[in-house]
Unconditional design. Structure first.
Length: 173
């Protein structure tokens, strides 16, 4: 029994340590993520969500799909920089259904301009937060179902948004 426990322990060590060695490589697997960015979100009211994401990010509806029995639907929206897949799936019991995401984020050139536009459209200005220790300024928006979409712009040493080549790959604000 002692030998079996020793073998089992050795196998656990190999299994838990082995794959992690691959993650310790100096080079990232994805050197630079660029557009188009993508995320999918599970929602209850797919039409309301499609309207919100379309308005907020300037997305066009690419296509819609609905199950014959109406129990599930997908709406795909996109722009040159972003692809969003909205999913409604009523096939499971309500308490077993997955909903939303914790938070998803995107880079923009200046979150303050986004906050200005949100305020002009809704009458409510979202809070803009600065994190100099991380070199970013953030604003968080909530979709109609309460999911958080966080937008970030990088800060220069002076606290102003960075411009030029370092801002490439970000979504237009």
């Amino acid at each position: 029994m002692k030998g079996a426990a020793s073998i089992l322990l050795s196998m656990l060590i190999v299994v838990s340590v082995g794959p992690r060695a691959a993650y310790a490589q100096a080079e990232p697997w994805v050197a630079a993520a660029g557009p188009p960015q993508y995320f999918a979100v599970i929602v209850e009211d797919i039409d309301r969500a499609a309207d919100w994401y379309g308005q907020v990010f300037g997305l066009d509806v690419l296509d819609r799909w609905e199950a014959d029995d109406g129990s599930a639907a997908i709406v795909n929206l996109s722009s040159a920089a972003l692809f969003v897949e909205l999913i409604r799936d009523d096939r499971a019991e309500p308490e077993e259904r997955a909903r939303g995401f914790r938070k998803v984020g995107f880079g923009v050139s200046d979150v303050r301009k986004v906050a200005d536009r949100v305020e002009a459209a809704t009458g409510v200005r979202p809070r803009v937060s600065e994190f100099p220790q991380h070199g970013v300024r953030l604003v968080q928006l909530r979709d109609p179902e309460g999911n958080v979409v966080q937008l970030a712009s990088r800060l220069s040493a002076t606290g102003e948004p960075r411009t030029g080549p370092s801002a490439r790959g970000e979504l237009d604000e």
